[in-house]
Design a protein around this ligand. Structure first.
Ligand code: SAM
Length: 272
């Protein structure tokens, strides 16, 4: 009987050689074929030391090619090997399912065809950001948006929480075509953010280090300076809260009433 193919999506984390979890490593080592989409040829070389058949999907990208076509081709190459009965590992930088559509779709497509498929969690740019910028997302909350989606939709932002804007260098790229949009596109992003934040609010352009010897880029600037800032494909925009949390007096009162009721009940029912 023909062997059943399978798919594992793993993330190698952000820092070369430092973030790979043991389970992800073993899936890479035991795969029949490893496809990779990583940030640096050095990462590919490192993966090649763990498995003899490592194939980059980087050549699916081409100037002017819609990114959705690129992702479709990547997924097809991966699924063709799964259908051929092979244990396939798809390795991506960061977390394979954070702001990364193709791996989720590849897992869903493989399962729909009856193949076992799963995703391993990994260290993403978000995890590095919390550590490097000293942010605890639980303190006042943290909202994450993709830059173009934020521009194109009527989203409600909460300026009392942190805001993280992903793919900021591609803000406004409606056709998923470019390798970076223009200052005019970013001026529109600033205009959108100004509905909720002051023009001179300090924001951070953040880039996690990808080598253990490098430092992260943490550049603070006023929101209004964003259009002219140097933005790379790996840049993430971090917007600190612009106002304190506002208490909800109605909920305070209702909780106080519940507590008072619970106290009264406790007094009545408590054993002597
Ligand atoms: C397609 S998403 C991939 C994210 C990745 N899956 C992860 O787990 O971090 C690409 C976006 O991730 C963010 N990103 C990628 N590399 C980064 C880095 N070194 N530092 C900060 N953000 C990064 C940027 O917002 C970039 O536009």
């Amino acid at each position: 009987m023909a062997r059943q193919g399978s798919l594992s999506c793993v993330g190698v984390g952000m820092v070369l050689g430092a973030h790979l979890a043991p389970r992800a490593r073993s899936l890479i080592e035991q795969a029949d074929v490893v496809f990779c989409v990583v940030s640096d040829p050095l990462v590919e070389q490192w993966l090649a030391g763990m498995n003899a058949d490592v194939r980059s999907l980087q050549d699916c990208y081409a100037p002017g090619r819609p990114r959705l076509d690129t992702y479709r081709e990547m997924q097809e190459r991966v699924l063709a090997q799964v259908r051929a009965g092979r244990r396939v590992c798809l390795a991506l930088y960061g977390h394979p399912g954070v702001f990364a559509r193709m791996p989720h779709e590849a897992v869903a497509a493989a399962r729909a065809e009856g193949h076992p498929a799963h995703m391993e969690p990994a260290i993403s740019a978000e995890d590095c950001l919390y550590a490097d910028l000293g942010i605890d997302p639980g303190r006042v909350g943290c909202q994450h948006h993709e830059a173009t989606q934020l521009l194109l939709n009527q989203r409600r932002l909460d300026p009392s929480a942190w805001l993280v804007v992903w793919q900021v260098a591609l803000a406004g790229d409606r056709r998923n075509l470019t390798r970076g949009t223009t200052p005019a596109h970013r001026a529109l992003l600033v205009e959108r953010l100004q509905r909720d934040y002051p023009r001179d609010h300090e924001v951070v352009v953040y880039e996690a280090a990808t080598l253990a010897i490098a430092a992260p880029r943490i550049e603070r600037l006023p929101l209004s300076a964003l259009p002219e800032a140097r933005l790379e494909l790996q840049s993430t925009l971090v917007v600190p809260p612009a106002m304190p949390l506002r208490a909800d007096p109605v909920m305070h009162a209702r909780l106080a009433a519940l507590e008072a009721g619970a106290c009264a009940m406790h007094t009545v029912t408590a054993p002597l």
